[in-house]
Design a protein around this ligand. Structure first.
Ligand SMILES: [Zn+2]
Length: 492
C-alpha cells in the first residue's frame, strides 16, 4: 500500500533586534514555491525538500507539497506573511488529505508579530488537526530555538550537524526514513527537549572542534542504544528575544522516556559546563585595526570579517563602522564587500564613473545602532550586480546584488549594493572588477560562511565586532522577553 505524505518547507531565522519586517516580498526575493513549483525547484538539490522527493520515489509515497519558502534572515514576519505561509501548508490537510504522515523542513527560529514561537504554533495547529497518533517528522537548522511546544507536537526533531550547513540532504533522508518506519508501525517516535538557563553556548555551533564536536560524538554514541531514535543538538539563535532562546537537546525515543530524559539532561549539563569555551575570537574594531597595522606584508590579504553585521544572521548589512575605521586608519590597497545602500547607488549612477560624491553612506536601517558615515568618494565602476557563485558554497547558483557600484573611499575600494547579502563568495568582488587575492586588506560582511572561499587566499583572518545586531556581546542587547535569570545576561 502506498502512503500519502504531506510535506513542506517554511524557513526563517528571525533577528528580533532588526527593525526590518519580513514580508512575502522578502520570501519572493529568495524563494516562495507553491505546488508543482516545489518539485521543479527542489528535485535533485542537496536540500531537505530534495531528500523528501527522493524518499517518496524510494518508498513509493504519494507526496503532497503545497509550499517551500525561505527568506534571508531579517526582523519579525508580518501577520499577513505568517498567516499566508501557515495556512497554505495547513490548508492542504483538508484539500489533499487524508494523510498517513507529515514531513516538514523548518528552521526553528521564526518569530512573527503575533507569535514568538511560530514553529511551535504551526506544529500545535497541525497536531490538533491530525490527532495524537500521526507521525510528524521535522528537520531543523542547527541554530533553532526549540520550545516545549515544538517538541510536544512533533514526533521527531532532527537538526543539522554541520556548520557551514552541508548536511541538509542527509537530515532530510534521516527524517524520511524515520517517518516510513513510523507509518509502518515499527516505531512510535516521541520527542522531548531540555534547556539550561543560558541563551548562548555550544560555541555558536562550530561543528569541527570544541564543545559541539564532543556533543556530536556523544549523540552518535547514544543513538546506538535501543529505544533511542535521534539525539538532536541545537546551538540556538541568541539574537531572538523570546522566552526559550538558547541551546537545547531534543531526544526522540521509542518507548524509552526515562533514558531519553537522562541523555538530554546529561548533554545539557555538558553544554552548561562548557558555556565559556570559544573556538573563535571576535575582537573590537580598534584592536582589529591595530592588528592590521602590525602584520607584515605576506603577499596575501588580511581578511576582516564584520561578524556583528552579517546579513546571514539578520543584520542590516549597511553598517559602515568597520569601513570608517579602515578609512580613518589610512589602510591602503584595501577592499570592502559589501555595504547595502540603494540611495548611494543611485547617486553614484547619477554622478557617473570618475564622478565625485559626498554624502552619508549606510546606517539607514537603524541609525541608532549603526550611524551613517559621511564619505567623499570617487565612483570607480557601475554594474547591474549580477554574478554567479564559484563556490565552494552554492557553486553555480546565479544571483544579483541589484544595481551596484564601487566607490574609492580613501584607500578602500568599497562595493555598495541595492540588495542585502552575505559575502561568502569571491565572485562578489571579481564581478565588480576587484581581485581580492591581490589586495592587502579585504573586509567582508559575514560571520562564518565566508571562510570556505576566503580563508584559502588569506594570510590571516580577523573576526570583528563592530557593534551590529549580530554582535557576540549579548549583554549589549535590550532583552525583555527571555526567561530570567539567564546566562550571560544575569548569571556569572
Ligand atoms: Zn544555521
Amino acid at each position: 500500500m502506498s502512503y500519502r505524505v504531506l510535506s513542506g518547507q517554511l524557513k526563517h531565522e528571525t533577528n528580533t533586534f532588526s527593525r526590518l519586517p519580513t514580508t512575502l516580498d522578502s520570501y519572493r526575493a529568495r524563494y516562495l514555491c507553491l505546488g508543482s513549483e516545489v518539485a521543479k525547484a527542489m528535485r535533485g538539490t542537496l536540500t531537505e525538500m530534495g531528500a523528501f522527493l527522493d524518499a517518496a520515489d524510494r518508498f513509493d509515497w504519494s507526496l503532497v507539497y503545497p509550499i517551500a519558502a525561505n527568506a534571508t534572515p531579517s526582523g519579525r514576519l508580518t501577520p499577513e506573511t505568517w498567516h499566508y505561509l501557515r495556512d497554505t501548508l495547513l490548508g492542504s490537510l483538508e484539500r489533499d488529505g487524508p494523510f498517513d504522515g507529515v514531513l516538514l523542513s523548518l528552521h526553528g527560529a521564526m518569530v512573527t508579530d503575533t507569535t514568538e514561537d511560530a514553529e511551535g504554533e504551526l506544529l500545535a495547529m497541525l497536531r490538533e488537526r491530525v490527532g495524537p497518533d500521526m507521525p510528524v517528522c521535522v528537520t531543523l537548522d542547527l541554530h533553532a530555538n526549540v520550545t516545549e511546544q515544538m517538541a510536544a507536537n512533533a514526533s521527531a526533531l532532527i537538526a543539522y550537524r554541520t556548520y557551514p550547513h552541508v548536511d541538509m540532504y542527509e537530515r532530510g533522508i534521516q527524517a524520511a526514513e524515520l517517518l516510513q518506519r513510523a507509518m509502518e508501525g515499527e516505531a512510535h517516535p516521541v520527542c522531548l527537549v531540555r534547556h539550561r538557563p543560558q541563551i548562548d553556548g555550544a560555541d555558536h555551533g562550530r561543528s569541527q572542534s570544541g564543545p559541539m564536536a564532543e556533543l556530536l560524538r556523544r549523540a552518535a554514541r547514544y543513538e546506538q542504544e535501543p529505544g533511542v531514535l535521534v539525539v538532536s543538538i541545537q546551538a540556538g539563535f541568541p539574537w531572538a528575544d523570546i522566552t526559550d532562546t538558547g541551546p537545547s537537546i531534543a531526544v526522540t525515543h521509542n518507548g524509552a522516556e526515562a533514558r531519553a530524559v537522562d541523555i538530554a539532561e546529561s548533554m545539557m549539563d555538558y553544554v552548561w559546563e562548557t558555556r565559556h569555551q570559544r573556538t573563535i575570537e571576535v575582537i573590537n574594531t580598534e584592536d582589529a585595526i591595530a592588528r592590521c597595522r602590525a602584520v607584515a606584508p605576506a603577499g596575501k590579504p588580511v581578511v576582516l570579517a564584520d561578524f556583528s553585521d552579517n546579513p546571514g544572521g539578520g543584520s542590516y548589512g549597511d553598517s559602515p563602522a568597520l569601513l570608517r575605521a579602515m578609512v580613518e586608519a589610512g589602510l591602503r590597497d584595501a577592499a570592502f564587500g559589501v555595504i547595502t545602500d540603494p540611495e548611494v547607488v543611485q547617486a553614484s549612477i547619477a554622478a557617473g564613473v570618475r564622478g565625485k560624491i559626498s554624502m552619508a553612506l549606510g546606517g539607514k536601517f537603524d541609525p541608532e545602532v549603526t550611524p551613517p558615515f559621511d564619505i567623499k568618494a570617487t565612483v570607480v565602476s557601475l554594474s547591474d550586480g549580477a554574478f554567479t557563485y564559484e563556490g565552494p558554497m552554492t557553486k553555480g547558483l546565479q544571483a544579483s546584488m541589484g544595481p551596484s557600484v564601487v566607490l574609492r573611499i580613501g584607500g578602500v575600494d568599497t562595493i555598495v549594493t541595492t540588495h542585502r547579502l552575505q559575502v561568502l563568495d569571491r565572485q562578489i568582488f571579481v564581478s565588480q572588477g576587484i581581485e581580492p587575492s591581490e589586495k592587502a586588506f579585504v573586509a567582508v560582511k559575514s560571520a562564518h560562511h565566508f571562510r570556505a572561499a576566503f580563508e584559502p587566499i588569506s594570510s590571516e583572518v580577523i573576526l570583528v565586532d563592530a557593534a551590529g545586531i549580530n554582535s557576540p556581546d549579548l549583554r549589549r542587547f535590550p532583552y525583555k522577553h527571555v526567561r530570567r535569570p539567564v546566562w550571560p545576561l544575569d548569571l556569572d
